[in-house]
Design a protein around this ligand. Structure first.
Ligand code: NAD
Length: 482
């Protein structure tokens, strides 16, 4: 049952007690230790809630990138030659050490990324830990991973590039399978969320991992481009479709995994349990401030229940608390960066200009920092930019439909195909609709459920390949010769 707005605004602050001491500046983690960048360049990382500077981060240049790749290259044969049970032990160690320090990582993610502490603590970090545990389990069972292949072989050195929306989880999605399969890795975090990856280097050291197996280089898109152009054997990228396309064009004959953008449809039939739907809509689009690749950013609602659902949603939205991401009661923190805030503002304004109507929360936003109130756009038509382009913010585009056929047609009508949700009390209807949706993951009567054993990835411009599960593991192994 939704609470009254009055109750929500009366909650007392519940700030996270743990403080994490940050260094003034962080070098590059190459060959098992932190080093100064040969580039001599540094950039500032700030907190998006108030623009407070947090630390200086090294900007890796081409020389630095090549040095990291070289370190990974030298370490790889020995890492692959270790008894597989030994490799497994190291990955178990990473999992356990990360588990012990989950709270610190959650604080860093909230401070630097703007993610609310509740999500970082209860979702991102446990999922990241699970990912390491899951892949540790595979390390000594690779001979069973690919049917007909008794001795699967690693690819060599992996170049991994990740975005800012799930800093530790995306790191785990890359590092865990790469290591389990006998590869070594050079990973570049996003420039607005480097700190979690840098803190992870302390775990790598504490786990006693052989030098050069994991290297973390920081920097912006230029550093990413240098990694793509370096001599890595595999590219694993999570980020925007535009950058993903460039990487695909430069990959040559190297194996690639691309996890890209989305414009996922959450389809609500008139027979769905609307109160349950409302809570899940809130979760599917406003979790992580909409900075989620698989966010249910298009709500397709069957006409007879549209008005009722919108009334329930508007009421539920008034209970959302927007503010300090380090407060345990906060539901939405700041937008990750000024650049992303502008994208969200521009796209939302375009929707309104094209004829959509907006409703939002009636709370005031903090003056400092990067803030955007959760917003719902109704009367959206499929041709509008807000129905086609990824906003990657807390903005929901609502479109109505009459028949299941129309819902399927609308759902598939974007360049993306990452995820979808189907809400109905008829199992057969859900299965029939799901079988015709072009989406890598489809949830029924729920949304945003993840498990390391299940493959995740998209169709069309949402990506190439899968992460997680056996399919994700296979992407880090040589394919059997035909
Ligand atoms: P982005 O593509 O701008 O940046 C992602 C990473 O790529 C960053 O580390 C960035 O520094 C680097 N980069 C930028 N330009 C580069 C270049 N020319 N060559 C190499 N690397 C480069 O994306 P973003 O804005 O950080 O992240 C948001 C996007 O990520 C959204 O589109 C979202 O849907 C997508 N995403 C997808 C998934 C998934 O699993 N499908 C998960 C999370 C995020």
């Amino acid at each position: 049952m939704s609470q009254s707005p009055k109750f929500s605004s009366q909650l007392s602050p519940a700030p996270e007690g743990l403080r994490v001491d940050l260094l003034d500046r962080y070098g590059l983690f190459i060959n098992g230790r932190f080093v100064e960048p040969a580039s001599g360049e540094w950039f500032e990382t700030i907190s998006p809630k108030d623009q407070q500077p947090l630390a200086l981060i090294a900007q890796a240049g081409i020389k630095d990138v090549n040095k990291a790749v070289q370190a990974a290259r030298l370490a790889q044969p020995k890492w692959a030659a270790l008894p597989s049970s030994e490799r497994a032990k190291y990955i178990f160690r990473l999992a356990r050490l990360l588990q012990e320090r989950m709270r610190e990582f959650a604080v860093i993610e909230a401070l630097e990324g703007g993610k609310i502490i509740r999500e970082a603590r209860d979702f991102d970090l446990p999922q990241a830990v699970q990912h390491f545990f899951y892949h540790a389990g595979w390390a000594d069972k690779l001979q069973y991973a690919i049917p007909g292949v008794a001795n699967p072989q690693p690819l060599g050195v992996v170049g991994a590039i990740i975005p800012w929306n799930f800093p530790t989880l995306m790191l785990a999605w890359k590092i865990a399978p790469a290591l389990a399969t006998g590869n070594t890795i050079v990973l570049k975090p996003a420039e607005t969320t480097s700190l979690a990856a840098l803190m992870f280097c302390e775990i790598v050291q504490a786990a006693g991992l052989p030098k050069g197996v994991i290297n973390i280089i920081t920097g912006d898109g230029q550093t990413g481009a240098a990694l793509v152009n370096s001599k890595v054997d595999k590219l694993s990228f999570t980020g925007s479709t535009s950058v993903g396309k460039m990487i695909a064009a430069q990959a040559g004959d190297r194996k690639i995994t691309l996890e890209l953008g989305g414009k996922s449809a959450n389809i609500v039939f008139a027979d769905a349990a609307l109160n349950q739907v409302v809570d899940n809509i809130v979760d599917s689009i406003f979790a992580n401030r909409g900075h989620t690749c698989c966010a249910g950013s298009r709500l397709l609602v069957q006409e007879p229940v549209h008005d009722r659902l919108m009334r329930l949603l508007e009421r539920r939205m008034q209970t959302l608390r927007i503010g300090d991401p380090l407060d345990k009661n906060t539901d939405l923190g700041p937008i990750n960066s000024l650049q992303q805030l502008k994208v969200i503002q521009d796209l939302t304004a375009s929707g309104i200009k094209e004829g959509a109507e907006a409703f939002t929360t009636r709370t005031s936003l903090p003056r400092k920092g990067f803030w955007f109130a959760p917003t719902v756009l109704i009367n959206v038509t499929p041709d509008m930019r807000v129905a086609q382009e990824e906003i990657f913010g807390p903005v929901l585009s609502v479109i109505t439909f009459r028949t299941p056929e129309e819902a399927i047609q609308l759902a598939n009508n974007t360049p993306y195909g990452l995820a979808a949700g189907v809400w109905t009390n008829k199992g057969s209807k859900a299965l029939k609709v799901a079988s015709q949706l072009k989406a890598g993951v489809i949830w029924q009567n729920t949304y945003n459920r993840f498990d390391p054993t299940a493959a995740f990835g998209g169709f069309k411009e949402s990506g190439w390949g899968r992460e997680g599960g056996l399919a994700g593991l296979r992407a880090y192994l040589k394919e059997p010769k035909q």
